[in-house]
Design a protein. Structure first.
Length: 80
């Protein structure tokens, strides 16, 4: 499982914003789809799991919580 703090820290590092919450929108953090792919790669390395699956829809990842939920979905799917 991916914990909230890990996702928040990675997003903070990429956005260079002090205030990042699960409800934060990537657009408000000035992060685009290229940044989201970079964040996915960072999490893949950390978790040793492929997050770039056929289920990935970058257009559906609008908020940090969407990213957090997607990462946990993939991790659970790989465990099961």
């Amino acid at each position: 499982m991916v914990n909230e703090e890990t996702v928040l820290k990675i997003v903070k590092d990429f956005s260079q914003k002090e205030e990042v919450e699960l409800d934060s929108f990537f657009s408000d953090l000035e992060l685009d789809s290229t940044n989201l792919v970079e964040i996915l790669i960072e999490l893949e390395i950390l978790l040793d799991v492929d997050l770039m699956t056929e289920d990935l829809n970058l257009d559906g990842l609008l908020q940090v919580k969407d990213f957090y939920e997607y990462a946990n979905y993939v991790v659970k799917k790989n465990e099961g």
